[in-house]
Write a protein that binds this ligand. Structure first.
Ligand code: TEU
Length: 496
């Protein structure tokens, strides 16, 4: 892979800064904490980190409500800390992607505070649009006007018809590119431009349309959004070293997603389908085939994601650690990029029993479901406070046994499984690229050949299976009996 194409098969590690590592003992993670863990990340073997927002923010939505796009929130550190992080990350061979949130700002952004209504979407009367977090997408201000917020009321949607908004975001891109970032993850990349006249959705349930890829809604995936990306791409291309952008775009078809991707717009778009698969060979195969077909149509390698900051962790979703490890080893052998979420390499489960009064997700307050359980701080040490004084969300005491320290020297630990898998993936570039052939297998089993001679066997059934393939075991997600069989809930990588 040429330097510019680094992202095509990259393993990208998502850092949720608030929860990753705390350097100053205030209970909230920070950029210095991330910098201090770069040796850990280098040893893990990731190609890049993606930092969820660390910008100035009142944290109404975990930082996805930005009050200053060109500064670091004091809770997370300073711009100097950011520069030091980028310098050290690059020194360790790790690229840095930052999160860009262009659809909405915080209501504490100086523009909103100064009443610059032409930079937001104000109307005398609301329409019928609903917020993704539940309830109406409109909030009334003192003089009777209403402003649009597709997410929380603290996240007013920006008016992308306004040239000042466009100019500001071009400047924001340059600001971070000048500081050396390797790419952007574009939040709600299908938002920003709304249909002319803001027509009612009618009887459709907007949220479902968005989540389930149903019908198009007038606030997402409008043609005009592509003009923005055509403005941005030359900016990215004017910097050396392969600066990229990955879109978080929930659209209704691969054909529509393809319009975001290409030499004039963005490099890649998230595909979250792998997160929707059940732990069953059939379900995995369906999703993998669909994803690969769509990637061809879209014109860029797909992304494989098992966990992120918006969804319950995959240990819990798939019903236990053994299955989670098996799913991970499958994911890391698929062509495309893999996005890991901090803590999954420790096999952390979703925290299901957080007390309601401690939950912070605005979706919980308005809609009743909460994304806090995957945002609990990462346990670093096995004794004492697990590396956190008074963490912003309480950590289960049982997590001491899952800490990075506890797993460091245990050859069977999940941490060491991830390390081994990423090392082998580097030694065998065919694992992240190349061709994929389905081999004959029983109904509960996946057998995939990855050129040349690498075979991935996943047993999702209840009985051990003997793959029709023999070879050296490069990696296994769980203990093998040694008789050539693969136990239930286990994935192996074989070299023919
Ligand atoms: O998510 C956009 C989005 O569509 C999600 O809100 C999704 O519908 C929801 O999380 C499912 O529970 C992005 C960020 O990933 C998310 O954390 C932010 O809350 C949101 O944008 C607003 O910025």
């Amino acid at each position: 892979l040429g330097n510019d194409d680094w992202w095509r098969d990259a393993v990208v590690y998502q850092v949720y800064p608030r929860s990753f590592a705390d350097s100053d003992g205030d209970g909230v993670g920070d950029l210095e904490g991330v910098r201090g863990r770069l040796p850990y990340l280098a040893r893990l073997g990731v190609d890049a980190i993606w930092l969820s927002p660390f910008y100035t923010s009142p944290m109404a939505d975990g930082g996805y409500d930005v009050a200053d796009y060109q500064d670091v929130d004091p809770m997370f550190g300073t711009l100097g800390d950011f520069d030091a992080l980028v310098a050290d990350a690059h020194g360790a061979g790790i690229r840095v992607i930052v999160d860009l949130v262009p659809n909405h700002s915080s209501d504490r952004h100086p523009w909103f505070q100064a009443g610059m209504r032409d930079r937001y979407i104000f109307r005398d009367r609301p329409n019928d649009w609903e917020s993704i977090f539940g309830g109406p997408a409109w909030t009334q201000v003192e003089d009777g006007q209403w402003y649009l917020h597709l997410f929380a009321p603290e996240q007013p949607d920006l008016n992308w018809e306004n040239p000042d908004v466009r100019a500001e975001f071009r400047a924001i891109l340059r600001f971070w590119l000048d500081r050396g970032v390797d790419g952007f993850r574009i939040d709600v990349a299908h938002g920003m431009v709304k249909a002319e006249g803001l027509p009612d959705v009618g009887s459709k349930d907007g949220r479902q349309a968005e989540m389930l890829g149903g019908e198009q809604v007038p606030y997402f995936d409008q043609d005009g959004v592509h003009d923005i990306y055509r403005e941005w791409r030359p900016i990215l291309d004017s910097y050396p070293g392969g600066r990229m952008a990955v879109a978080e775009a929930w659209v209704t078809s691969p054909e529509r997603l393809a319009r975001y991707i290409g030499p004039d717009e963005l490099h890649q778009a998230f595909n979250f389908d792998f997160m929707l698969a059940d732990f069953h060979a059939k379900s995995f195969r369906t999703v993998i085939e669909k994803s690969l077909k769509e990637a061809e149509l879209v014109g860029a390698p797909t992304t494989w994601v098992l966990s992120n900051h918006d969804k319950p962790r995959h240990v819990t979703r798939h019903g236990g650690l053994a299955r989670a490890r098996a799913a991970t080893l499958l994911m890391l052998a698929l062509p495309g990029s893999a996005y890991l979420y901090n803590g999954e390499e420790l096999g952390l489960p979703e925290v299901l029993d957080l007390p309601d009064e401690l939950r912070q997700d605005p979706a919980f307050l308005r809609r009743g479901d909460s994304r806090d359980g995957c945002r609990v701080p990462i346990p670093w040490t096995s004794s004492g406070d697990m590396g956190w004084t008074d963490p912003w969300l309480p950590m289960p005491a049982s997590w001491a046994a899952l800490s990075a320290q506890a797993q460091e020297d245990d050859p069977g630990s999940t941490l060491n499984l991830y390390r081994a898998a990423l090392r082998i993936r580097k030694e065998h570039p065919a694992l992240g690229g190349g061709t994929l052939t389905w081999l004959d297998s029983p109904e509960d089993v996946l057998a995939i050949e990855r050129d040349p001679g690498l075979v991935v066997v996943v047993n999702t059934g209840e009985e051990p299976v003997r793959p029709g393939v023999t070879g050296e075991v490069l990696a296994t997600s769980g203990p093998l009996p040694g008789d050539g069989s693969v136990p239930p809930d286990t994935t192996v990588w074989l070299q023919r």
